[in-house]
Design a protein around this ligand. Structure first.
Ligand code: GDP
Length: 363
């Protein structure tokens, strides 16, 4: 199960937003740095119009959504990589997550101190965080290179394998020295295996969350936007930016109106960044959304439903979203079958987003 972490400098609106996503309305987050010290976990529903449609189509009593796990990771500062502030704990926590939400302050408010020279400057903030992550990765890589060099001296060392690892690490080192993130570079499958084993911070996809005031959120504009986009183009080209307002999300929560909320879009962007898709199982009791990685096979998807199902998998009946989206209840299996919209697939079938699956297994 993949998870994401919410990070950002202190006082950028992280706690406010985290409370909005957990729908907790217990007081206001303190207006001082490091209000959050322990990572906290929140499960956010993955929005799906498909699930709503399937529940109606199959007449299911209830629906069960997939979740995205979001960890609130305590604030970092300049020099986090050398252990200042909460740096080391922050870095240990961020290593655990698969994707990063980075909250960036784009709102002006004289009442809310900015920990960096008390000046709102999102690009500077992006650079501070980026530099810290790059420095930390450089440290991991240097330790790695040392270790791999020692492996060479072992009598039964697999020289070719070690050489590839060393070359990859050196390539990463050069990239990081250039100020680039690991994720910015196209890598071969072999290199990716090595990179994954190091759990590097700059190899994780990032969704940037620009925290703006209510007016800016409603118009989806902000005085810093073009500067930020320019910076991202150079330093984080594959990552995405979502404009939101932590304060407005809190307001929406309090009024019980979630229609204008940015949270569904934020969750979707992270799902995309992590290459996650949804498939569904539907029956009279429940319509349920499940999560797999893009490219997962039908047996792998079955294994998400139940571990045993992966081994005992025989075939799957599959309905496509495009074929079901205009169907109306009651679910007409015979009609769909006769019009060629019910497909039987074997072990090699790669599940697609929106598929409804009925798994046939042995035993
Ligand atoms: P954190 O340190 O990043 O977790 O930041 P907090 O969520 O604690 O926010 C710091 C302060 O900024 C709090 O007093 C919030 O009420 C305030 N704040 C957060 N988001 C906004 C916003 O969108 N607009 C304004 N004006 N203030 C905000």
């Amino acid at each position: 199960n993949l998870s994401s972490g919410l990070v950002g400098l202190a006082n950028v609106g992280k706690s406010t937003f985290f409370q909005a996503i957990t729908k907790s309305t217990l007081g206001n987050p303190a207006n001082y740095p490091f209000a959050t010290i322990e990572p906290e976990k929140s499960l956010v529903v993955v929005p799906s119009i498909k699930l709503d449609h399937y529940q109606k189509l199959f007449g299911s009593e209830k629906k069960l959504s997939s979740n995205l796990t979001i960890w609130d990771i305590a604030g970092l500062t300049r020099n986090a990589s050398s252990g200042a502030g909460l740096g080391n704990k922050f870095l240990a926590d961020i290593r655990q997550v698969d994707g990063i939400f980075q909250v960036v302050r784009g709102f002006r408010d004289d009442e809310i101190v900015h920990i960096e020279d008390n000046k709102v400057d999102p690009v500077r903030d992006l650079m501070i965080v980026n530099d810290e992550l790059i420095l930390k990765d450089l440290e991991f890589i240097e330790v790695g290179i040392e270790k791999v060099n020692k492996l060479f001296k072992r009598p039964n060392a697999n020289k070719a394998e070690i050489e590839l690892e060393l070359k990859t690490l050196e390539k990463i080192q050069d990239l990081l020295y250039d100020g680039q993130k690991v994720i910015n570079e196209p890598w071969s499958a072999e290199e990716i295996d090595i990179i994954n084993s190091y759990n590097l911070l700059t190899a994780k996809p990032t969704v940037y969350l620009l925290n703006v005031n209510e007016e800016d959120y409603k118009s989806q504009s902000n005085e810093f936007l073009s500067q930020i986009q320019e910076w991202m183009e150079e330093n984080s080209p594959q990552d995405e930016l979502v404009i939101f307002s932590a304060q407005y999300e809190t307001k929406l929560n309090e009024s019980g109106n979630s229609e204008d909320s940015a949270i569904p879009r934020i969750v979707e962007r992270m799902r995309d960044a992590l290459h996650l898709i949804s498939f569904y199982t539907c029956g009279p009791k429940e319509a349920r959304q499940w999560t797999v990685r893009v490219g997962s096979t039908a047996p792998e998807a079955a294994g998400v439903i139940h571990t045993d199902l992966q081994k005992t998998f025989i075939s799957a009946l599959v309905y496509k979203w495009d074929d079901l989206k205009s169907e109306k209840a009651p679910f007409n299996e015979a009609g769909l079958k006769s019009s060629g919209k019910q497909h039987r697939h074997g072990k090699k079938y790669a599940v697609e987003d929106g598929d409804v699956l009925l798994v046939k297994a042995a035993g």
